[in-house]
Design a protein around this ligand. Structure first.
Ligand code: NAP
Length: 305
């Protein structure tokens, strides 16, 4: 892992003239709020979403200068376009907007998977435009334009996965955008990114969804008891299990290989622990618990817990 992007050396003032956010939910609306609060990210922020309800709400919140229902019009004249929609929507949205991108425009995104983003966006990039995929490692279980807030990315990592041939000036600008959002920048190749997030984010969500649906499968009376006596362990799982179904369906389907690999490794380890429980191997059990505690302490020390 390396944060080898040099500090931004462009002129002072707003990074972009016109920043277009395709999707204005938790992540898009947080970027919009920061841009509004700071004033040095973009002179004009354009917001696009699918539904009239979201577009109306964004107008009410006053977090964008232009609210545009037509994605092709939304990207026109933008020097930076950021995809903030579920990753499963990228390919068709890109097919719609690609012919309308300004020459030299930077296209970036915030998606939770990166191999799929390169797969879906790169072939449609018009000549002379620049693709700089990004993934802010920050989020909550809430969605929609009301869920966003300006502090969301503060002190959190943002991983950029530029391709070797990407214009360094475009990468620097996207890195600077995220620095101005309060993030720390790292660069990775897309495959390594996808492997890492499979273990730190995607597998925990898969486990949370599974444990909640296993509890839900129990007989009615037991389920009530489960909810009545839900101790912190189960409650912690229910928080991330409350996340948006479309977003997570798309994440699982677009990081299939890495997620299945981590699930396989996890299943082996879970069975090993189960076997230790069956055979009363106290030392093995204690060792696993100690390793878990150590990881928690390490995270707290790195201010990431
Ligand atoms: P969200 O709150 O559900 O917002 C999604 C936005 O995308 C909404 O404005 C929605 O519009 C719009 N949208 C969905 N499909 C669309 C389409 N086909 N065309 C145009 N707009 C469309 O989602 P989010 O949590 O901000 O997630 C956005 C992206 O960030 C995802 O790729 C996700 O993987 C990534 N991410 C999420 C988190 C997290 O914790 N949530 C963290 C890091 C990265 P409507 O409201 O009109 O449907």
């Amino acid at each position: 892992m390396a944060s080898d992007i040099p500090p931004f050396s462009g002129p002072p003032g707003p990074l972009f003239d016109r920043l277009c956010l395709l999707g204005i939910g938790l992540i898009g609306s947080s970027i919009a709020r920061i841009a509004r609060a700071r004033g040095d990210i973009a002179r004009t922020v354009v917001a696009h979403a699918r539904s009239a309800a979201t577009l109306d709400r964004v107008r009410e919140l006053g977090i964008a200068d232009v609210v545009e229902a037509d994605p092709a019009k939304a990207v026109q004249g933008a020097d930076c376009v950021i995809f903030c929609v579920p990753v499963g929507a990228y390919a068709s949205l890109m097919a719609t907007v690609a012919p309308h991108l300004k020459p030299g425009a930077i296209v970036s995104d915030v998606g939770s998977t990166k191999g799929s983003v390169v797969r879906d966006l790169l072939p449609l990039m018009p000549k002379g435009t620049h693709l700089v995929p990004a993934h802010p490692m920050a989020g909550t279980e809430h969605s929609g334009p009301d869920a966003g807030f300006a502090e969301l990315f503060e002190g959190r990592y943002c991983i950029l996965t530029p391709l070797p041939a990407t214009d360094p000036a475009a990468v620097e600008k996207v890195a600077e955008l995220w620095r101005r959002c309060g993030s720390m920048i790292e660069t990775l190749d897309p495959a390594t990114h996808d492997k890492i997030v499979a273990i730190v984010s995607h597998l925990p969500h898969l486990i949370a969804f599974t444990i909640c649906s296993t509890a839900d499968d129990l007989a009615e009376e037991t389920k009530e008891a489960v909810l009545k006596f839900a101790a912190s362990g189960f409650r912690d799982f229910t928080r991330i299990a409350a996340s948006d179904p479309t977003m997570w369906r798309d994440v699982f389907l677009n990081n299939r290989e890495a997620l299945l690999e981590m699930l396989g490794r996890f299943s082996e380890d879970a069975h090993a622990l189960g076997r230790a429980v069956r055979w009363g191997q106290a030392d093995y059990i204690e060792d696993r618990i100690r390793r878990g505690r150590k990881i928690r302490h390490d995270l707290i020390e790195r201010h990431q817990a």
